[in-house]
Design a protein around this ligand. Structure first.
Ligand code: BES
Ligand code: MN
Ligand code: ZN
Length: 497
């Protein structure tokens, strides 16, 4: 989040800076908007005709220095048929609005009114969420800006609405979620020389300020617990592996928690089975699952969700080295099961094997959701529009699919079945860590499933959605923060109270 942008609320009578208004098809404006635009006479109608702008959903009309108004710029955004809009569309329209405000503009006023009248508080909040997500940029390592791209030191974006006071309340939840997404994006965007396991753990520890209980296990503690699979991945790195457990107890005492587990490979070189150089820099984002879990825990605590939740992230760096693990090595997991390493680049499942077992036995969660940038194969199957969902429980699966449609963070269910097990059986150990070329995402999920037991469990393969996904109206950043909104919604709809 560029912290130079300040968001505020004003009545419809106060106009400052770039003005953004909404209209339905056939240039239908709401009453407060009509009143504000009255001094422009038929200017908008003429400009719209010239531009063939009719108010279709997502279309925009841009007028510089509109006569009659003492404003630098007027932007009209089409909403299409209002009755067809879902809450996620308000988020998207907020993103479009923010995208039309020139980066050099110091002030903007966004009219939170559609053709049918002023927006209800929850919809204003959706609009705000969209603008905040769209405004996110990660530029902390840029020491100069290109000419013409300089940003003003301070920007204020004001939402004009009917009852500014009422919106403040709806805004609490939205601010919590937006801050969680921003936190996740920042973590994914950070380079691996800055964000190695200990530094990641330190940043996760700052959630303590929200009332989250954070505990960090170092390598010695994990060794005592027998986490040979996780530690094997990190043993070629100069950076010590860490396991961070975050607990938010907002629910009733004694109620079993919901658990979220993230793959936190701070850099995945592939290890001894080293990756090709092309695109390897993207592997700084191989901790997007862990980033999402931290962002989600932030959101839950900041909005004081009535739920008991555990977040656990396995933090390692996968490097080639004289001390690194080799193909052919056999490691013992905390669960007692043994794994033959075939490919040191299939490291995410090794990390998850130990973290999943630890969380499952220690916290007896009522469900587990893990997130991992686990396989390139999931992008071959689904592209970057859906994350792969693997689930041993139909109810949990349905709930995730629904939350995905509502938030726009969509998941697509893929199969799990015992028939795939033979692909990961090993000659020398209980299993091997790769299953060959076919069904690569499925065998990876099937592998994790061996450490879950009977607990309802969903695995989200976010290799396609966690970073470097196509830009959208609410995300222009490399790290997407994918999953924070999805899982916050999953919790809000099903596990609170
Ligand atoms: N982190 C990668 C998967 C990945 C690739 C995520 C591209 C995001 C973008 C993972 O650790 C990996 O290397 N997977 C291998 C598994 C294979 C060795 C069985 C893969 O997908 O090639
Ligand atoms: Mn890998
Ligand atoms: Zn990886």
């Amino acid at each position: 989040m560029p912290d130079h942008i300040k968001f505020g609320f004003t009545p419809f009578t106060q106009l400052q800076g770039v003005l953004v208004v909404f209209c339905a098809e056939n240039l239908k404006f709401g009453p407060a908007t009509q009143k504000a635009l009255a001094p422009t006479g038929d200017l908008i109608r003429r400009a719209a005709a010239a531009d063939r702008f009719t108010g279709k959903d997502g279309s925009t009309l841009d007028l510089v220095a509109p006569s009659g108004l003492r404003l630098p710029r007027l932007i009209v955004i089409g909403t299409g048929k209002e009755s067809e809009l879902k809450p996620r569309d308000f988020v998207r329209l907020g993103g479009i609005a923010m995208g039309k405000v020139p980066t050099a503009a110091p002030d903007a006023t966004i009219f939170a009114e559609f053709a049918s009248g002023p927006l209800k508080a929850d919809r204003v909040a959706d609009l705000v969420l969209g603008t905040r997500l769209r405004a996110y940029i990660f530029d902390r390592y840029k020491t100069k800006h290109k000419e013409g791209e300089e940003r003003p030191k301070k920007v204020s974006v004001n939402f004009a609405c009917a009852n500014p006071g009422a919106v403040e309340k709806s805004l609490l939840g939205v601010t919590a979620v937006a801050d969680g997404v921003v936190l996740a994006r920042d973590l994914v965007n950070e380079p691996a020389n800055v964000l190695y396991p200990a530094e990641f753990a330190r940043r996760a520890s700052s959630l303590a300020k929200l009332g989250i209980v954070v505990e960090t296990l170092d390598a010695a503690a994990m060794k005592k617990l027998g986490m040979g699979a996780l530690l094997g991945v990190g043993q070629g790195s100069v950076h010590e592996s860490k396991l961070v457990i975050m607990r938010w107890n907002g629910g009733k005492r004694g109620v079993n928690p919901v658990a979220f587990i993230g793959k936190g490979v701070c850099f995945d070189s592939g290890g001894i089975s080293i990756k090709p150089a092309q695109g390897m820099e993207d592997m700084k984002g191989d901790m997007a699952g862990a980033a999402c879990v931290v962002g989600l825990m932030h959101a839950l605590a900041a909005r004081k969700a009535k739920v008991n939740a555990v977040g656990a992230i396995g933090l390692v760096e996968n490097m080639p080295d004289g001390k690194a693990q080799r193909p052919g090595d056999i490691v013992k997991t905390m669960s007692g099961q043994t794994i033959e390493i075939i490919n040191t680049d299939a490291e995410g499942r090794l990390v998850l094997a130990d973290v999943v077992h630890y969380v499952n036995t220690k916290f007896k969660p009522k469900l587990i959701v893990d997130l991992a940038t686990l396989t390139g194969a999931i992008m071959v199957a689904l592209g970057q529009e859906h994350a792969g969902l693997f689930c041993n429980d139909d109810q949990l699966s349905e709930r995730l699919i629904k939350a995905g449609i509502e938030t726009g963070e969509k998941v697509w269910r893929m199969p799990l079945a015992p028939e795939y097990d033979k692909l990961i059986d090993s000659k020398f150990a209980d299993m091997k860590n790769t299953g060959g070329r076919f069904g690569g995402s499925i065998t990876a999920a099937q592998f994790i499933g061996r450490f879950v037991g009977k607990t309802p469990w969903a695995h989200l393969d976010i290799a396609g959605t966690g970073f470097s996904s196509p830009a959208t109206d609410i995300n222009k950043s490399w790290g997407s923060g994918w999953g924070v909104r999805l899982l916050d919604r999953l919790v809000a709809e099903n596990y609170e109270g």
